[in-house]
Ligand binder design. Structure first.
Ligand code: ZN
Ligand code: ZN
Length: 445
């Protein structure tokens, strides 16, 4: 028996090493020689070959192992961790996807801290894995049996939600995704960190300005007290996160809060949402600068590529018109059904003029500032007009023509633009091509 065991241990060792380093041929050879080895686990940690493949991102071997029907995608190691948890911990997105496809259960809890794969992805800041697990939760049995929002706010052994962990570990992207998926910004922990801590307390401790900015923009309460009576401001001071403390100081200016309770905000399409979220962050960063200047802190080094993204938006919208409210930004958002346009920042100012009442979450519904009609939808201003539309434009009614012109026809219609009666504030690319007859035609009543 001793002989057999030592021989087997040697084989296992060969197998696990080959899995770790992704040597598919050796893995195949070893398993052909002894198919039962596929069920073997390492002696101490009780890792299966699947755990090792997942943790090391060996997607080929992982896929090969999962083809074997006797392999359980949810096999457990010594700490009751599944291969999916290890893949989420190490940010091996391909393995996360494959395991979920193969039916891995996203609702398993380890025995270390009672945490799920979603906690792992949030803690280690792998936003792609986090996103994949969340999309799976939206569509899988979890949504019907548990409910999606319950899953997003799933608690570990000490009451910590994935949002608590992401905030504590300085993972702003994960914080954003979780909040956007319905994570409760004011949830307090049972025993994780200091009891009664909210994500904002933990972000104050972690010292990430980006996390704090996200949380505040989603309505985190600066006055919430943990079990020892401390507000996040006191936590930041204690951990010597001075710049964070300045933002968390209840006496400094309040940031704009994303107006999520508004119906048309919750129904925004992706483009409009991205544009408005970006504008919100820009406005809040400007406020931060003012706060930090007064307190003698300088703005921490830019950790975001926000500025480049913003530049893209501007050049994209460069054919549209200057906002008639601020005369500073270009119109980017159109109010429907009336069709009035304004810039993203003015749209936000309209929607965020006061914080939602924390108990009722009710906001007075804003109306169009131009015509006072109700806002059914907000969309991104479209500036691209194809050739067929331009042709059509020549024959449309004067009223329609006027409204079209006020959008400053773009691309390929440079002759229209150069002689257009509407002053163009945007960057003018290209000039008239001499098709004057057309322009005269169009300017006639
Ligand atoms: Zn404006
Ligand atoms: Zn209107």
């Amino acid at each position: 028996m001793g002989q057999g065991l030592s021989c087997r241990v040697q084989d296992e060792h060969g197998l696990f090493t080959a899995v770790q380093f992704g040597d598919l041929e050796i893995v195949k050879t070893v398993l052909e020689r002894d198919p039962s080895l596929i069920q073997q686990k390492t002696v101490y940690d009780r890792h299966s070959a699947l755990h090792i493949a997942a943790a090391n991102g060996q997607i080929e071997i992982l896929s090969m192992l999962l083809e074997n029907r006797s392999v359980n995608p949810d096999s457990l190691n010594r700490h009751k961790q599944t291969p999916l948890m290890l893949a989420a911990m190490h940010g091996k997105i391909a393995c996360v996807e494959k395991l979920i496809q193969a039916g891995a259960n996203i609702l398993m809890f380890d025995s270390l801290n009672g945490r799920t794969c979603l906690h792992y992805a949030a803690y280690y800041g792998h936003s792609d894995c986090l996103q994949t697990i969340l999309s799976s939760a939206r569509t899988s049995h979890v949504a019907s049996s548990w409910g999606f929002s319950r899953f997003v706010n799933i608690r570990g052994g000490k009451g910590e939600t994935p949002l608590h962990l992401a905030a504590r570990q300085r993972r702003p992207e994960c914080v954003h995704i979780l909040l956007d998926s319905g994570a409760l910004v004011c949830a307090s922990t049972g025993g994780h960190g200091l009891p009664g801590s909210t994500p904002l307390h933990l972000a104050a401790r972690g010292g990430s300005m980006d996390c704090i900015r996200e949380l505040l923009a989603w309505g985190a309460d600066r006055l919430h007290r943990d079990a020892t009576g401390r507000i996040p401001y006191a936590v930041a001071l204690k951990h010597k996160n001075g710049a964070c403390a300045a933002l968390l100081n209840p006496s400094s200016a309040e940031p704009l809060v994303w107006p999520s309770p508004l119906k048309f905000i919750s129904e925004l399409n992706q483009d409009a949402k991205a544009l408005l979220e970006q504008a919100l962050m820009e406005v809040n960063k400007e406020r931060e600068k003012a706060i930090l200047k007064n307190t003698g802190y300088s703005m921490p080094s830019p950790s975001h590529s926000d500025t480049t993204a913003m530049d893209d938006n501007i050049s994209e919208a460069s054919d549209s018109q200057l906002c008639c409210i601020c005369f500073d930004q270009l119109c980017a958002i159109e109010v429907q059904d009336c069709g009035h346009q304004m810039c993203a920042q003015c749209t936000l100012a309209l929607c965020c003029h006061n914080k939602p009442n924390p108990t009722t979450l009710s906001l007075p519904a804003p109306i169009c500032p131009f015509c006072r009609s109700n806002i059914a939808r907000l969309t991104v201003v479209k500036v691209k007009v194809n050739t067929a539309d331009q042709e059509l434009d020549l024959y449309s009614s004067p009223k329609q023509r006027k409204s079209r012109k006020s959008m400053n026809l773009s691309e390929g219609s440079s002759s229209f633009r150069s002689l257009s009666a509407v002053p163009s504030f945007g960057k003018i690319v290209g000039r008239g091509s001499g098709r004057v007859s057309v322009d005269i035609e169009i300017d006639k009543p």
